[in-house]
Ligand binder design. Structure first.
Ligand SMILES: NC(=O)c1ccc[n+]([C@@H]2O[C@H](COP(=O)([O-])OP(=O)(O)OC[C@H]3O[C@@H](n4cnc5c(N)ncnc54)[C@H](OP(=O)(O)O)[C@@H]3O)[C@@H](O)[C@H]2O)c1
Length: 310
């Protein structure tokens, strides 16, 4: 099968389109024929070696996590999925492999694709959808009538977070780059702050501060909270994880594989309650220059890059 791969950590020049043997699903895993895959910042953070404590040093490595496709084979012990099912999901952080004709995924990282959602749209959902949903509703425990601040409200995670929060009956304040305020309002953000013009948001106003950009200093985020409020940050570092262990309002959050949560996100997309924006679609053969463009883009708020695999 064709796949994107690399033989050492490094810049975009290490990426190549290669051939690999068809993988066999292990216990609890499925083999999926990929119809569409979507890029995330983690794809190049991993390729650069920035996450090597989690991703290890075995090469060649394959690329990409988010996919949508059709189940080709199921491993032992798989109960919820059958050959021929249309699904969306994410490959394991360590293995990756979605930018390929076939990918292996754990059953718990896969959900059924609603008919109303295209393969391309479905492929954009797993990483950003699951992270936004879990961060807002589980880590943030956002309740109807509460106030949330979403830093980076027009990014991949930010857009879904806005829709999850408004769907939960919360009032949303969000930050985006100046010039995009109308886009944010259209998405459902009640109060928009341009982070490049007015970087200090209001104090004492929020039950949840959700930092999707990882740029809010802790003291700033803490000043923004109401008493008892929570700060959720999804761009962790060693120092942030250390702070997260301490008692207090701060959590450095990582999305967790959970097929129920992913199905919830997929079904919400099927009902039109969660939409994502696709900025560009390319074939697997044209994916490398498109991934490089995305990695070098000065702003990412335009939408997701989707790789269509026929
Ligand atoms: N922990 C997890 O489980 C998890 C899961 C998914 C993603 N992530 C991480 O979360 C981050 C966001 O992911 P994403 O897919 O949403 O990325 P994204 O689409 O690139 O969105 C990031 C957003 O942050 C905005 N931004 C940039 N600088 C900012 C600032 N100073 N203040 C406020 N907003 C700012 C960007 O605006 P412009 O485009 O205008 O610059 C963009 O809208 C990435 O670092 C990703 O690796 C973590």
């Amino acid at each position: 099968m064709k796949r994107l791969e690399y033989h050492r950590y490094g810049g975009p020049d290490v990426l190549a389109l290669g051939d690999a043997d068809t993988p066999t699903p292990g216990r609890g895993q499925v083999l999926v024929r990929v119809r569409a895959a979507a890029a995330n910042a983690m794809d190049w953070k991993i390729r650069r070696g920035e996450m090597r404590t989690m991703t290890g040093r075995r090469f060649p490595r394959s690329v990409g996590h988010d996919f949508a496709g059709i189940i080709e084979q199921v491993g032992e012990g798989v109960t919820r999925l059958e050959v021929g099912d249309e699904v969306l999901g994410a490959a394991r952080l360590r293995q990756a492999g979605a930018f390929a004709e076939l990918v292996i995924a754990d059953e718990q990282s896969v959900a059924h694709k609603p008919d109303a959602v295209s393969f391309a749209q479905a492929a954009t959902l797993p990483v950003i959808g699951l992270t936004a949903y879990q961060a807002v509703t589980k880590a943030g425990r956002l309740q109807p009538g509460q106030d949330i601040f979403i830093n980076g409200c027009l990014g991949g995670v930010g857009r879904v977070a806005v829709q999850v929060a408004t769907g939960a009956g919360a009032s949303v304040t969000g930050s985006c780059r100046s010039g995009s305020e109308a886009d944010a309002r259209q998405l459902g953000v009640d109060t928009v702050i341009a982070f490049d013009l007015d970087p200090v948001p209001p104090t004492g106003r929020f039950d949840v501060v959700f930092d999707t950009a990882g740029t809010l200093p802790f003291v700033t985020a803490r000043r923004m909270l109401k008493p008892g409020g929570r700060i959720i940050d999804i761009v962790p570092s060693a120092a942030k994880f250390a702070r997260s262990i301490l008692p207090g309002p701060y959590t450095a959050f990582m999305g967790r594989p959970d097929s129920n949560d992913l199905q919830h996100v997929a079904d919400a997309a099927g009902r039109g309650e969660i939409t994502t924006r696709i900025s560009r679609t390319v074939t697997l053969a044209d994916a490398i220059p498109a991934l490089i463009d995305l990695e070098n883009a000065p702003t990412s708020s335009g939408g997701k890059l989707v790789i269509i695999i026929d």
